[in-house]
Design a protein around this ligand. Structure first.
Ligand code: ATP
Length: 225
């Protein structure tokens, strides 16, 4: 079975996330897709992050209509380390315990996040745990994607140079690397834009599922002071 994992801060979950989830599920026939909000301990935060419970509740609302989309507690406080952010490689290993040997994991992300993947904890080992489904954007080439790989998995520059002008689309399959690029996710929503719109009392319908927008209003999230 093919199983998707979508990790993020999801502060809040928005239409860009669900567009990527839908496109990935359609193209790769994922039987299940776990939405995994990260627990980020307060002292590790660059900006104040909304408490885990609110972010999880909003994911429950945004995924309610899709039977195969599962809000996940894998990185909930209590399940994940309390003293540092949870690492994706550890989360996937925990998930693996619950799966069959033949099950395949696909980790979903946007290309902006993927370009930093080499800095992730045990990044080389992470590629052994899962394949990646990455939402591409115009302006990035296949060579950029290859250059972002952890050093041990990265092909020599002379190999990737010819792909410098080739749009980041299709598959990048190398020893120990499976990256599938999706160029069909054309939704520019971001959590930053959603937080700013909520703070300013602007309409949220373009960025968020209506139930998530209602939740934000009811709980007065993202409002200044
Ligand atoms: P922020 O604006 O606060 O930086 P964000 O909108 O990027 O947040 P995250 O929860 O940090 O949301 O993102 C989780 C994952 O979803 C990341 O891999 C990110 O690249 C991806 N992502 C976010 N927005 C989009 C989008 N509009 N289309 C495709 N992928 C997206």
């Amino acid at each position: 079975m093919k199983i998707g994992v979508f990790g993020g801060t999801f502060d809040p979950v928005h239409r860009g996330h669900t567009a990527l989830a839908r496109a990935a599920q359609e193209k790769f026939q994922l039987a299940r897709l776990h939405f995994v909000p990260a627990h980020i301990p307060p002292h590790k935060q660059k900006r104040p992050i909304t408490p885990f419970l609110h972010r999880y509740a909003m994911i429950c609302l945004a995924t309610a209509a899709e039977k195969s989309w599962l809000p996940s507690l894998l990185e909930a406080p209590g399940n994940a380390p309390e003293s540092r952010p949870s690492y994706t490689v550890e989360t996937l290993r925990r998930l693996r315990f619950t799966l069959k040997k033949a099950d395949e994991l696909f980790f979903l992300m946007g290309i902006d996040a993927f370009l930093d993947i080499a800095k992730w904890h045990e990044s080389t080992a992470l590629f052994a745990e899962c394949a990646f489904i990455v939402a591409s954007r115009p302006g990035h080439s296949l060579a950029d994607v290859a250059a972002a790989l952890p050093e041990k998995l990265r092909p020599a520059q002379k190999v990737t140079a010819p792909f410098q002008r080739q749009r980041a689309t299709g598959d990048l399959i190398l020893p120990g690397v499976r990256v599938h690029l999706l160029d069909s996710v054309n939704n520019n929503a971001s959590a930053t834009a959603a937080r700013q719109a909520a703070a300013a009392g602007r309409p949220l319908g373009k960025l968020l599922d209506p139930a998530v927008a209602d939740y934000i209003r009811k709980h007065n999230l993202y409002r200044p002071g």
